[in-house]
Design a protein around this ligand. Sequence first.
Ligand SMILES: O=C(O)C(=O)C[C@H](O)C(=O)CO
Ligand SMILES: [Zn+2]
Length: 276
Amino acid sequence: MKFLHTADQVRYQRMTNAELKDAFVMQALFEPGQLNLTYTDVDRAIVGAAVPLAKSLALPTHKELASAYFCERRELGVINIGGDGKVLVDGETYAMTKLDSLYVCRGSKDIQFISNDEKSPAQFYLVSYPAHRTTRTQHVPLAEANAVAMGDQQSSNERTIFQSICPGIVDSCQLVMGITQLHNGSVWNTKPPHTHRRRTEVYMYFDFDPSQRVFHFMGAPEETRALTLAPGHAIASPSWSIHSGAGSCSYSFIWAMGGENQQFDDMDHLTMDQLG
Ligand SMILES: O=C(O)C(=O)C[C@H](O)C(=O)CO
Ligand SMILES: [Zn+2]
């Protein structure tokens, strides 16, 4: 397991782009045949990916968790961004087509990731937070997520936010997770931007050509920085940081939050002219 130690609100201002990427971005998550995990210091989120080929991949525990199994004290959100696959949780099989979500509750012992076809492998994106109670594991197909229309074409930010692991759909502890799809020709996400002191957030961009980039804006509102992210890159957003992006093309991303509350709309909104 890797570790991500983010920089604080003062130190990030003096950092180069390369240093900012080292401190906030997780780059090599999706690797064929591998299960990769990074333990972050934003609300102890563990961010990772599993790309099984011919063999299934099991979610291991780690020395640093000091637990008998990964989900002994943790909950896990899984979203498949690749080919069809399955997740096995304690012997129960959940079929996962592209953009399906799975919430795995605290106490789940044996978690296995499987691709139906190794030539078009499933790509499971994983986010986990500490959980204080045991609820129930639940599969959420994209069609069962709350679909919220946002933005408009004139502002280049027409997009649909799919809230799949959220109150009203899944009884989770901290985790709130879903997918935002930019409509064709729109490039801006989270415009206007916001912060939320109550929660930290992780964005993972995908579904665009590897030759293109999303310019992700981070930092305190009055002192923003832009980092160029490729498909499959995830970025941690501390509670003091905005998190917004403009792509060189349309794209999708998965957002995941943990912290004090689970209210999606609890945001401190900003206007574009407040950004420095
Ligand atoms: O495009 C958007 O707007 C988002 O997807 C917003 C994120 O979901 C978010 O930052 C929630 O706090
Ligand atoms: Zn947010």
